[in-house]
Design a binder for this molecule. Sequence first.
Ligand SMILES: Cc1cc2nc3c(=O)[nH]c(=O)nc-3n(C[C@H](O)[C@H](O)[C@H](O)COP(=O)(O)OP(=O)(O)OC[C@H]3O[C@@H](n4cnc5c(N)ncnc54)[C@H](O)[C@@H]3O)c2cc1C
Length: 417
Amino acid sequence: MSASINLRTAKLQGVPTAREPARGVLVAGSLPPASLASRAEKVAAVAARHAAAVDRDSRFPAEAIAAARAERLMGVAIPRELGGEGAGISDVVDVCYALGRACAATAMIYAMHQTKIACLVRHGRGSAWHQLLLRRLCNEQMLLASSTTEGQSGGDVRNSSAAIERRDARITLERQATVISYGAAADGIVTTARRSPEAASADQVLVVFLKQDYTLEPLVGWDALGMRGTCSGGFRLVATGTNEQILPVSYDKIHAQTMMPVAHLAWSGAWAGIAAAAVERARAFVRKAAQRADGALPPGAMHLTRAGASLRTLRSLVAGALQRFEQAADGPAALESVDFQTGMNLFKVNASELAVATVMSAMQACGLAGYRNDGEFSIGRHLRDILSSPIMISNDRILANVGAASLLGGTPTSLRD
Ligand SMILES: Cc1cc2nc3c(=O)[nH]c(=O)nc-3n(C[C@H](O)[C@H](O)[C@H](O)COP(=O)(O)OP(=O)(O)OC[C@H]3O[C@@H](n4cnc5c(N)ncnc54)[C@H](O)[C@@H]3O)c2cc1C
């Protein structure tokens, strides 16, 4: 794959300028839902066929991502004028949900990729380099990975240690990336970094490096409890590029307006899909048990009721958060407000807790058949996968960070607030 974007030879016609806002993941979907949904279902069918092997071998879900490329799902949220389909955030989260029902790793990879796309669509508007990248991304159905976690700082996304070094128009970055999911399989990495060696740790930029721009030296492998197919190994990332590859907006804005809310929405879509798949298995188990007992429900049936109830709550939580994001999406001030930021952070905490509770209830409904790793009613893979959700940016860290904001604001006087 030829990786560089040559601004001298590339055609710039049709590339929107900063004054012509691009449609994309920031606005409500304009696609006929059936078309995207049926393509997502095709990919989900492929993902489901390989999910057990992907989990067992802790390998990249190559077949599912190839199918997503064949169905042209990688660039759906990119504006039409750049070759995408202008899909909205709800469309994207629905795809994450469909994939999550089939293979958690495929869904999470798609969710992380789409989060990077959302950042590029919104914050790359003023940059010809990033506009061309988006166009190329559609043409080549490229896959982008993410690097935010670094060294010993865990999920502290809003501080970076490694800094961009500049020499004339060239930049270099070297970072100890604790985790880069599907780093080895990606066509590019979108990474946070300190703006310069003199900058404070919170003075960050977001930069895109394409495969030809970097080397990845493996530091640690990925033999994890769940989400094994995300292949989230650690790497020493050494990258070089040009100044233009840095997004023209500082990372604090990108994080507040796009990275955090879109990540939380897309991840939650994937988690809701995993939870729905577990409930589906539990329902099948209870049905079969009832058939064997002349219609009498097994004692574990109440856990199915509980699983179904928490799945309903989870689904409406995601739907409510999507609506909130869509309402605020065109207003940077609304997106950056304390209320919105607190809401979207707590949404992640609640969604992950509900997803874990749902899968746990589904397992209890199936009893031993759910606890086993084999058999048609096993909930083992779903449980291992969903246990990643509270630690993927630790819920404790989020709760601690929004602690001060909890002191602000009063008690709503109406249920319609
Ligand atoms: C499946 C998966 C895929 C991932 N993919 C990527 C990726 O592609 N790129 C990437 O950059 N990162 C990725 N991550 C990393 C993720 O985003 C987080 O950075 C990481 O999970 C946090 O790791 P940690 O728990 O060691 O760190 P920490 O956040 O430091 O947490 C460590 C411990 O400290 C506790 N803790 C932390 N802060 C506080 C606090 N303020 N108050 C109380 N307790 C606290 C936590 O509860 C936890 O017990 C991935 C993680 C997972 C699970």
